[in-house]
Design a protein around this ligand. Structure first.
Ligand SMILES: *[C@@H]1O[C@H](CO)[C@@H](O)[C@H](O)[C@H]1NC(C)=O
Ligand SMILES: *[C@@H]1O[C@H](CO)[C@@H](O)[C@H](O)[C@H]1NC(C)=O
Ligand SMILES: *[C@@H]1O[C@H](CO)[C@@H](O)[C@H](O)[C@H]1NC(C)=O
Ligand SMILES: *[C@@H]1O[C@H](CO)[C@@H](O)[C@H](O)[C@H]1NC(C)=O
Ligand SMILES: *[C@@H]1O[C@H](CO)[C@@H](O)[C@H](O)[C@H]1NC(C)=O
Ligand SMILES: *[C@@H]1O[C@H](CO)[C@@H](O)[C@H](O)[C@H]1NC(C)=O
Length: 445
């Protein structure tokens, strides 16, 4: 199969721009090497935005869901067994979880589904005909696909969703479909039957892709047209396609505009194949049961002040630093956030105020000197440009440090989450072969 070969930037400082009519990219991406990634509540999204007001109000509305997301991720990190995750009623508006959507096709002929990409979940799931509680009118119809089959408990793939707990079904044969349940966000769950069908991403068709066909949903967090699981675990994209793919990369669209477009690319490169090497940092699969993208964050520089982060991980509790695309604003555990914020405040030398979820806002003008924030990963410095560090109030009179403390209303707060606002306009490579992540500046739209 001809696979999209990853497009690699020449060096850390080379910047590539792809001028394009972003919204048409999403509708005609069938034969493209690049799969468009769009803001889920933006202009190019097929979903109606639940937010009123300016684009920045929308971004802030989305960021208000972050505490729920971070709590849910912390609970994933701590899990012994998935079923032990308590479901806590959400305090945020009924808006489904997710920041970015990609266009995929499921089945033969392909049925178009706009799936939320999630780098912290392993399973790909799709709402299927007959689903109760599914929010979308657009649902995958297995009967219309000539290549669909559902999997029984005896299929070896049926072990995959139960890596965190005991497989509840011991029988075999068509009487025992492989059904698994998951929580999503803090207040939602679904039940799905494991199935296989063709998955089309851009111009690549992956036959017999294993995913969950959702039968039943409770809560409002489950993305209406499904989820593309990009983390690690047997069910994830890279694991299932290990014969064909060794890496994927994504560039998240700019937050400046609601019509910005990024891209997801699938490839078979390794960082060493490249004459110009991509700076990488090891990806840690810290225990077999945790599939989050853990990186070794060793410190954070704020201008001339270094805030150390140590130890990198705690195997027992799942504490550490992860990359996540469905959290908007980077969250650090309380003591680290406080040190970062204090160093930042000290160096801007202006009086600060709070605005919405931000606690370090100041009157902005173009000449404001703000310290550069650098995330030091083992082997890689992720230097944040100003647009990835600050967020403006909608009327432009205030600029705020676009970071916050992880929620601390219980002991589950143990994760630093490097979120999408900080990742915008960088290409993030995930290499499966040597388990590493590369980060290169790229203006992706
Ligand atoms: C996108 O932004 C434009 C211009 O700022 C605005 O008119 C439009 O309503 C926005 N659309 C959405 C879905 O937010
Ligand atoms: C999954 O959830 C359904 C209800 O949605 C329930 O009937 C079933 O027992 C659950 N299965 C497992 C394995 O927890
Ligand atoms: C997909 O699975 C079916 C049923 O097991 C099998 O007959 C077919 O050869 C598989 N196709 C590919 C391309 O692996
Ligand atoms: C914030 O406003 C400043 C001017 O006050 C502008 O230079 C900057 O581009 C704006 N940043 C964003 C992310 O809109
Ligand atoms: C994280 O990086 C630091 C500095 O490079 C190193 O000393 C430490 O051993 C690393 N931790 C892990 C768990 O790899
Ligand atoms: C801009 O917005 C901020 C925060 O909402 C508010 O405090 C300020 O008064 C506004 N300024 C103007 C000129 O509207």
């Amino acid at each position: 199969m001809a696979l999209a070969i990853a497009f690699l930037c020449l060096s850390l400082i080379s910047i590539t721009t792809h001028a394009s009519d972003s919204c048409s990219l999403l509708s005609s991406s069938d034969d493209s090497d690049q799969l468009a990634i769009v803001h889920i509540h933006g202009k190019c999204s097929p979903f109606t935005s639940p937010y009123q007001g300016s684009w920045f109000d929308t971004v802030i509305g989305m960021a208000k869901k972050d505490p729920d997301r971070v709590m849910a991720l912390s609970m994933l990190a701590r899990r012994q067994k998935e079923k032990q995750i308590p479901i806590i009623p959400s305090t945020t508006p009924n808006v489904f979880m997710g920041n970015y959507v990609v266009r995929a096709k499921v089945g033969t002929p392909g049925q178009v589904m706009f799936m939320v990409m999630d780098t912290s979940r392993e399973a790909t799931i799709v709402p299927c005909s007959g689903c109760t509680g599914c929010l979308s009118s657009k649902i995958f119809a297995p009967k219309m696909s000539s290549t669909f089959r559902s999997l029984n408990c005896e299929a070896y793939q049926c072990d995959w969703p139960f890596a965190y707990g005991e497989k509840p079904c011991h029988g075999s044969g068509p009487k025992y479909p492989c059904v698994f349940n998951r929580t999503y966000g803090e207040d939602s769950s679904f039940s799905a039957t494991l199935a296989q069908d063709s998955l089309t991403l851009g111009k690549d068709i992956f036959p017999n892709y294993t995913f969950g066909c959702i039968n039943d949903v409770s809560g409002k967090n489950i993305p209406p047209q499904g989820l593309l699981g990009l983390s690690f675990d047997a069910m994830s994209l890279l694991s299932q396609l290990r014969q064909q793919l060794s890496m994927f990369s994504y560039c998240l669209p700019s937050f400046k505009s609601n019509s910005s477009t990024g891209s997801l690319m699938l490839g078979s490169e390794s960082p060493d194949d490249e004459p110009q090497t991509i700076p990488t940092t090891p990806l840690h699969h810290i225990t077999p049961r945790i599939s989050l993208l853990y990186l070794n964050l060793t410190g954070i520089s704020v201008g001339n002040v270094l805030v150390p982060v140590s130890p990198a991980f705690d195997m027992k509790t799942g504490a550490g630093t992860i990359l996540d695309t469905n959290t908007v604003i980077t969250r650090f555990v309380q003591p680290i956030y406080k040190a970062v914020r204090d160093a930042f405040r000290k160096q801007i030398g202006k009086s600060v105020s709070s605005f919405s979820i931000f606690d370090t806002c100041f009157t902005s003008d173009d000449k404001s000197l703000t310290p550069v924030v650098t995330l030091h990963f083992s082997g890689l410095d992720f230097i944040l440009p100003r647009e990835n560090t600050l967020i403006n109030s909608s009327n432009g009179s205030l600029a705020c440090l676009a970071m916050a403390a992880a929620p601390s209303h219980n002991e589950n707060s143990n994760l630093n989450v490097i979120a999408s606002y900080q990742q915008q306009n960088f290409r993030i490579y995930v290499f499966q072969g040597d388990l590493s992540v590369g980060i290169v500046r790229e203006l992706c739209n």
